[in-house]
Design a protein around this ligand. Structure first.
Ligand SMILES: [Zn+2]
Length: 285
């Protein structure tokens, strides 16, 4: 698998399908000599080679080999083994972390936990349909376990650090963006993709979508790298350009114009997405 380091604490693994991005983040520093302050009692620690702190995995790659490789990627980076999984939203392709780390709890926005509760088995059904289409076999079924609902907006401790959770609905009815402030990384879920058209799925809403874009606009000011759910990692200025295109597209969709698609996102597949978006705005699901 390809793993890209955006910062000493942040890696991105990209799936060969759907250009799905998975972010691995480590909070807390390796403590070495920093603990050597002399106290009355000298504590002799074993050679503290091991990384301290905490590792979270945000979203997931899709293919079985990629999921199997995740723990090796974490080890090679000398990050502690993951103690938490996060999903930006409840679409199946963001929920597969438990296939890589079955014992680790999955955390998500309250809105996502509610969605998963109210449609049990939906992610598993969609995963199965995807796998059947591509003849993919998996060793075990996806079990989400006891999903932990996180307050959004909110903060979440990771080692000595904090990540920020920001509401991000509109693509679906649920979701959050995750800011990693000390690394200048913003993980946005299915927004700000330079290769996908904005997509309104079941529960999606153009007004909420536009509100999310405005919230992301503010967050971009303190970000260097933006990781979309699908597509290349973007520098903040490029992400802002995508944001403007997407906001323009979404406003055109609401006005019922036969919106011109953004340059580079007007293939037959994008036009099908656009037709579905237009249908859902005029006849909400
Ligand atoms: Zn997605």
């Amino acid at each position: 698998v390809r793993a890209l380091a955006l910062h000493p604490d942040v890696l991105v693994v990209t799936s060969a399908v759907l250009h799905a991005n998975c972010v691995i983040v480590r909070g807390g520093l390796e403590r070495g000599a920093a603990d050597a302050s002399a106290g009355p009692i000298e504590v002799i620690e074993p050679a503290a080679e091991q990384a301290q702190g905490e590792t979270f995995v945000i979203d997931s790659p899709v293919l079985p080999d990629e999921l199997d490789a995740l723990s090796a990627v974490v080890e090679q980076a000398r990050f502690p083994s993951p103690s938490g999984l996060l999903a930006t939203h409840g679409d199946w392709d963001h929920l597969l972390g438990r296939l890589a780390f079955p014992g680790v709890a999955l955390g998500c926005a309250e809105s996502t936990a509610e969605r998963l509760r109210s449609s049990p088995g939906a992610a598993q059904r969609e995963l199965r349909a995807f796998d059947e289409d591509l003849l993919i076999e998996r060793e075990r079924p996806l079990a989400l376990g006891a999903v932990q609902a996180l307050p959004v907006p909110g903060r979440c401790d990771i080692g000595d650090r904090e990540i920020e959770l920001h509401p991000a609905a509109g693509h679906t009815a649920d979701g959050m963006a995750v800011a990693i402030p000390w690394a200048g990384v913003l993980v946005v879920g299915d927004y700000l993709s330079s290769v996908e058209l904005p997509t309104l799925e079941a529960g999606g809403d153009p007004g909420a979508y536009l509100a999310t874009l405005e919230r992301l606009r503010g967050l971009l000011e303190s970000a260097q790298h933006v990781v979309p759910g699908h597509g290349p990692v973007l520098a903040a200025d490029r992400a802002l350009a995508v944001l403007e295109e997407d906001a323009g597209y979404m406003r055109g969709l609401v006005r019922g114009e036969d919106a011109e698609l953004p340059p580079g996102r007007s293939s037959a597949s994008h036009r099908r997405t656009h037709a579905a978006n237009a249908a859902s705005v005029h006849d909400p699901r």
